[in-house]
Design a protein around this ligand. Structure first.
Ligand SMILES: Cc1cc2nc3c(=O)[nH]c(=O)nc-3n(C[C@H](O)[C@H](O)[C@H](O)COP(=O)(O)OP(=O)(O)OC[C@H]3O[C@@H](n4cnc5c(N)ncnc54)[C@H](O)[C@@H]3O)c2cc1C
Length: 310
């Protein structure tokens, strides 16, 4: 990059970042987008549901790639590289990417999503523990595998369904008394004969020397059982992806970025959109809506800054 000062710097190429890029261009902002995964987390979605217009769903990868092409066609500039840090230098938002390129902008949007939590149990580093069924599930195809999904939300449901078409058996293991996924996912899971639901079970340890061979789980009374498995897929929750943010902003206890009604964080000119934001629904649709609104309000912020300088 050079000394150009863009109007809007977007960090993240998921639904929130791409929608913001599209709307940013439409609002006449010069828009630059940092990130290396076109479509963000949508590549993990085998069948993206709950998005109006796609009855029966659409492949997450297809959706993500199309959203990326759409933002590109609108003229947003993509760096194809992740930001190492975002800070303020000389009163401008300054991003430094992993290649050492420096980007300056008058406003910035954090749309970096979330990262899956790891399980902290003995032997947690053993091989065969995954986070994405669409990416790593095919490793088990044709192997008569027995797999475990740990978690109870929609993501866990999607993992279990995808894996049930590859594996001989899938255990869905979670601590709570009931599944936390929506009714459509729950019905599918419950009617899939090779998915075995194990509720109120806590994973105590992973077994295996190099490769995972089994799990020790305990029921709500503390009775332990060993399950032989060939692979494990974790969906036990998320944490916000904000490591690159080197700016003082207000967050929730878990680290999600707090925003006002214009999606601006506690730092003027810095906006947040999508899953990284303190919000009550984390879906593609809401991420897109956040991105669109954040870009509009970034335009309003820049306009206001310009008029106060006059
Ligand atoms: C298995 C699974 C199934 C799902 N199914 C559905 C579904 O059917 N319907 C639905 O509506 N939602 C679904 N979701 C949720 C949906 O994927 C998210 O709500 C949505 O992707 C959030 O968009 P986002 O842009 O906020 O974040 P993300 O899509 O996570 O994108 C954020 C991007 O920012 C990147 N990033 C992070 N740090 C940096 C950095 N320093 N520099 C540059 N880039 C960075 C990340 O790598 C990522 O690519 C599912 C999620 C999962 C995991």
């Amino acid at each position: 990059m050079n000394e150009t000062v863009y109007d809007l710097m977007i960090v993240g190429t998921g639904p929130a970042g791409l929608s913001a890029a599209l709307y940013g261009q439409r609002w006449g902002l010069s828009t630059v987008v940092a990130g290396d995964t076109p479509g963000g987390s949508t590549y993990m979605i085998e069948n993206l549901v709950n998005y109006p217009g796609f009855l029966g769903g659409i492949s997450g990868t297809e959706f993500g790639v199309k959203a990326f092409q759409h933002a590109q066609q609108e003229g947003a500039l993509f760096t194809y590289s992740r930001l190492d840090r975002l800070e303020i230098l000389d009163s401008r938002f300054t991003g430094i990417d992993l290649n050492g390129q420096v980007i300056h902008a008058g406003s910035a949007l954090v749309a970096t999503g979330q990262v899956p939590k790891r399980l902290s149990v003995p032997n947690a580093q053993v091989k065969g523990v995954h986070f994405c069924a669409i990416c790593d599930g095919p490793l088990y195809r044709g192997k008569d595998a027995v797999l475990a999904v740990i978690g109870s939300d929609n993501a866990a449901g999607q993992h279990a369904m995808a894996l049930s078409r590859i594996a001989k058996r899938v255990y869905l293991i979670y601590r709570s008394p009931a599944l936390k996924m929506d009714a459509v996912h729950r019905k599918r899971i419950e009617s899939q004969p090779n998915i075995q639901i194990l509720s109120q079970r806590e994973v105590r340890s992973f077994e295996g020397l190099d490769l995972i061979e089994g799990l020790v789980i305990a029921d709500d009374k503390g009775n332990e059982t060993r399950l032989a498995v060939n692979g494990v897929f974790l969906a036990i929750g998320w944490r916000p992806n904000t490591e690159m943010l080197k700016l003082p902003v207000e967050t929730t206890v878990e680290g999600y970025l707090k925003t006002d009604e214009t999606l601006m964080t506690s730092l003027p000119g810095l906006f947040a959109a999508g899953d990284v934001r303190d919000t009550d629904l984390r879906q593609v649709l809401t991420a897109c809506a956040d991105g669109a609104r954040a870009a509009k309000h970034a335009a309003g912020y820049l306009e206001k800054m310009k008029s106060t300088r006059k």
